[in-house]
Design a protein around this ligand. Structure first.
Ligand SMILES: Nc1ncnc2c1ncn2[C@@H]1O[C@H](COP(=O)(O)OP(=O)(O)OP(=O)(O)O)[C@@H](O)[C@H]1O
Ligand SMILES: Nc1ccn([C@@H]2O[C@H](COP(=O)(O)O)[C@@H](O)[C@H]2O)c(=O)n1
Length: 225
């Protein structure tokens, strides 16, 4: 019997990472941040001087990706590429753009598929991404698709980056989010869309605690808690 999986998909800034992290802590299950794998692939290309448009070379980078995840003492997950902490670099808007470009290459997705599936271990896995419920774990026990308006997601990202002391422009963030939504949704391979059996939650006007409560109701109803 394979380990149970809860998938949390949706567009950028919908709250997937926040809810998935809360859920994995609450259940004491493993956590897969699949976006980080695409972000590290993009960052590795920038570091190794590989052009993002060179699909064959980007695929080689993805196949041999030397990536590691480690929690710091505060429980924050740090991401390492070839032993170097790239957590901050991959979280930039540029990192998100590069990730979304490499993620549109079918052979890159293929190269990262088994690595993602390897996270499925007992007692269970919470998997955060775009195609967790549709492609990577189609047999997941429970599937969520979180969404919110682009304006609300840009506002959230704006507040998040301001709190980190970064100099950001809200109109630019909104443009970036719309551009990334369009690329992620229109690509021919594993486009961003809810699985047929996903529970869709629109959090545009719903605080995090209330979203988590809704998610936990479904988890309990499935007998996972
Ligand atoms: N329901 C909500 N209401 C208000 N703020 C929220 C809500 N959900 C998440 N946030 C905040 O929005 C920001 C982005 O959330 P988060 O990183 O979880 O999104 P994400 O979907 O994982 O985005 P990405 O795919 O780009 O990593 C965080 O600062 C988070 O605290
Ligand atoms: N399963 C996934 C996860 C992510 N992507 C792509 O990576 C970009 C960054 O993801 P974040 O969740 O860290 O924001 C995202 O825009 C997608 O293009 C993906 O394709 N599949």
């Amino acid at each position: 019997m394979p380990a149970p999986v809860i998938t949390v998909d949706g567009p950028s800034g919908a709250g997937k990472g926040t809810i998935s992290h809360m859920l994995s802590e609450h259940l004491a299950w493993r956590f897969l941040d699949s976006g980080a794998l695409y972000r590290v692939t993009g960052q590795a290309c920038l570091l190794e001087g590989v052009a993002l448009a060179d699909s064959a070379a980007v695929t080689q980078v993805a196949r041999h990706l030397d990536v590691d995840f480690k929690a710091d003492p505060q429980g924050e997950i740090l991401v390492f590429y070839k032993g170097q902490d790239v957590s901050r670099a991959i979280r930039s808007e540029e990192g998100g753009r590069a990730a979304s470009k490499v993620a549109a290459i079918a052979s890159v997705r293929e190269a990262l598929l088994q690595r993602q599936r390897d996270f499925r271990q007992l007692p269970g896995l919470v998997a955060d991404g775009r195609d967790m419920g549709t492609v990577v774990f189609p047999d997941a026990t429970l599937k969520f698709f979180l969404t919110a308006s682009a304006a609300e997601r840009a506002e959230r990202r704006y507040r998040q980056l301001l709190a980190k002391g970064e100099n950001v422009s809200l109109p630019r963030l909104l443009e970036d989010i719309k551009e990334r939504d369009a690329r992620d949704s229109s690509r021919s391979v594993a486009p961003l869309l809810p699985a047929e059996d996903a529970i869709v939650i629109d959090s545009t006007a719903t605080p995090i605690a209330a979203v988590f409560e809704q998610v936990m109701k479904e988890v309990t109803a499935k007998g996972l808690k």
